[in-house]
Design a protein around this ligand. Structure first.
Ligand code: ZN
Length: 154
């Protein structure tokens, strides 16, 4: 997979910034926005959505990834996460890994809403979760799980 163009990454960050504004986080008061750039160039966003039954809350990263899967995409070129020193939790790292390639970019955007200043840390999903539980290596998934799903439907 080739590296996403700088313009695509700016568009990705902007989508995550907009999603952060829509976060539903009355309990933690910790808004997070995320956006994923699919390998086909589409952008899907998500925000954290909390619930009075705390365990039902969903992180922005997984919301964005599930949004992209529902849109028919299962390969990520890049992920952006926006929040105050936001870093993906362990669950989100594993879900990102499922849909990432070795070079899937991860942009951690620390945004100060008061000043608009931002610091961006860049890494990759694979570097963020070394020794991940790999569904391919474990033999749980064939090389192309989409083919398996299509076969099951026949
Ligand atoms: Zn998470």
């Amino acid at each position: 997979m080739s590296k996403p163009a700088r313009r695509s990454l700016e568009r990705l960050i902007e989508a995550a910034v907009q999603a952060q504004k829509r976060a539903y986080c009355p309990y933690s008061r910790y808004p997070v926005g995320a956006a994923v750039l699919t390998s086909s160039g589409r952008v899907f966003a998500g925000c954290n959505v909390e619930n009075a039954s705390y365990g039902l809350s969903m992180c922005a990263e997984r919301a964005a990834i599930y949004h992209s899967v529902a849109g028919g995409h299962d390969s990520l070129a890049a992920v952006a996460v926006v929040g105050a020193a936001a870093k993906p939790c362990g669950a989100c790292r594993q879900v990102m890994f499922e849909f990432s390639e070795k070079d899937t970019q991860l942009l951690l955007v620390d945004l100060d809403p008061a000043t608009g200043r931002r610091k961006i840390a860049r890494t990759t999903v694979f570097k963020l979760l070394p020794m991940a539980f790999d569904p391919l290596a474990s033999g749980l998934l064939p090389e192309n799980p989409r083919n398996l799903i299509k076969r099951k439907r026949k």
